[in-house]
Design a protein around this ligand. Structure first.
Ligand code: TXA
Ligand code: MG
Length: 325
C-alpha cells in the first residue's frame, strides 16, 4: 500500500494547473480530468513515479500504461508512426484515441510504464486542463484510469476521491468528464491496425480513415495482446445481469431508453439515456454504475444496449463488469 498522505484538492485554474505540473515533475501522483475518464497521472519517464501508480491503484504490475502527450510532435519522439498511425493521429488527436506503436530509439517512457514491452501506448487528450498540464509538465505522463484496480473508472473528482483519497498527492477537479468511456486503443505494429479496446472513437470512424475493417485482437483466432483486457474489470460490488428485459424483484435496474413504468418498478433504477442516445449513455455509464452499486443491491440488471457506435465500448465495459470474479 502507498504511504498515507493528504490529497490536495486543486481548482481548474492556472494555479491548479501549475501545481499539478509541479507535483508531476517532482514524481508525485495527480488525478486529472481528461475528456474520457479521470487519469491517475505520474511522470512516465520515472520508474519510481510509475511504481506509485501501481501502488495507489493496487494494479497488477504486468499491465502497461498509456503515455499522454500534448501533441503529435511530442508523441513522435516516443514512438514510431507508420502511415496508418499517422493518419489516425491526424484524424483523431487531440481526442479519445490511443495508438500502440513500436518504441522510438529515443523513447523516454520507462520500462515499468511499458511493462517491458517494445511498444508504447500514446495518447494526446483533448481536455483543455489535461492539455495545459501536459504542456507544463514537459514530459510523457502515464495515466491509467483513476480508480482502484478492478473498480469502475472515475468520471468525476468525487469518484476519484472515493477510491484514492489519502493515497495520491492531488486531484484536479474539472467536473464530470464528457465522453465517459476510455479511449479506443488501436495497435499499429505490423501493417494491419488492430483494435485492442473499443472506446470513445467508434470503430466505424477508424475504419473510415484506414480504409479497411479493423481486426479486434482476440477475434479471428488472434491472441489478445493488450494485457489490460482482463476478463473481470470495471467491477462493481453487485453482480451484473446483462441483456435484461426487466429487473427481477430486489434487483437494481440500469436502463437504456426504458419505459418509465420499468424505471418506477425497481429501486434503485437509473437510465443511461432515456432518449436512447449512445453518446449520452457512454457519458453516464460509470457514474450510474457507481450510484446503483452504492445502494448495495445484490444484482444490477442491465437493459440491452445496441452494439453500434459507442455501444461497442459500452457493451465491452458491461461484459467485463459482469465477468465472474
Ligand atoms: O481514456 C483513457 O485511455 C484513459 C485516460 C485516463 O487517458 N486511460 C486508460 O488507461 O484507460 P488504462 O491504463 O486504464 O488502460 C491502458 C490500456 C490497457 O488495456 C493496457 O493493457 C493497454 O492500454 N496498453 C498499454 N500499453 C500497451 C502496449 N504496449 N501494448 C498493448 N496494450 C497496451
Ligand atoms: Mg482502467
Amino acid at each position: 500500500a502507498p504511504s498515507p498522505r493528504v490529497t490536495e484538492r486543486l481548482r481548474p485554474d492556472a494555479d491548479g494547473v501549475a501545481r499539478a505540473a509541479e507535483l508531476l515533475r517532482e514524481g508525485g501522483l495527480v488525478a486529472l480530468p481528461t475528456e474520457t475518464v479521470y487519469g491517475l497521472a505520474a511522470d512516465a519517464t520515472s520508474g519510481t513515479a510509475v511504481a506509485g501508480i501501481y501502488a495507489a491503484k493496487e494494479r497488477p504490475s504486468f499491465n502497461p500504461l498509456i503515455a499522454h502527450l500534448p501533441d503529435l510532435a511530442a508523441a513522435r519522439r516516443q514512438g514510431l508512426f507508420d502511415a496508418n498511425a499517422l493518419a489516425l493521429a491526424r484524424a483523431f488527436w487531440p481526442g479519445p484515441l490511443t495508438l500502440v506503436v513500436p518504441v522510438s530509439a529515443g523513447c523516454e517512457v520507462s520500462d515499468l510504464a511499458r511493462a517491458g514491452l517494445a511498444s508504447v501506448a500514446l495518447r494526446v487528450p483533448s481536455h483543455p486542463l489535461a492539455h495545459a498540464i501536459l504542456q507544463a509538465a514537459g514530459r510523457p505522463i502515464a495515466a491509467p484510469s483513476a480508480n482502484r484496480s478492478g473498480r469502475v473508472s472515475a468520471t468525476s473528482a468525487a469518484h476519484v476521491l472515493a477510491d484514492l483519497d489519502g493515497r495520491i498527492d492531488a486531484v484536479l477537479d474539472g467536473g464530470v468528464t464528457e465522453v465517459g468511456v476510455e479511449s479506443t486503443i488501436v495497435a499499429c505494429l505490423d501493417g494491419a491496425p488492430r483494435l485492442l479496446r473499443p472506446g470513445g472513437v467508434p470503430r466505424a470512424a477508424i475504419e473510415g480513415v484506414i480504409g479497411r475493417p479493423l481486426v479486434l485482437a482476440g477475434e479471428a483466432g488472434m491472441a489478445p495482446i493488450s494485457p489490460g483486457l482482463l476478463a473481470s474489470h470495471y467491477a462493481p460490488a453487485a453482480r451484473i445481469r446483462l441483456e435484461a428485459d426487466a429487473p427481477h424483484p430486489g434487483e437494481a435496474w440500469l436502463g437504456f431508453g426504458s419505459d418509465p413504468a420499468l424505471l418506477a418498478s425497481a429501486a434503485p433504477a437509473l437510465d443511461l439515456s432515456p432518449g436512447g442516445d449512445l453518446t449520452e449513455a457512454a457519458a453516464n455509464l460509470f457514474g450510474h454504475l457507481r450510484a446503483l452499486d452504492a445502494a448495495g443491491p445484490a444484482v444490477i440488471a442491465v437493459a440491452p444496449i445496441p452494439d453500434h457506435g459507442l455501444g461497442e465500448a459500452i457493451n465491452d465495459r458491461l461484459r467485463r463488469a459482469a465477468a465472474p470474479r
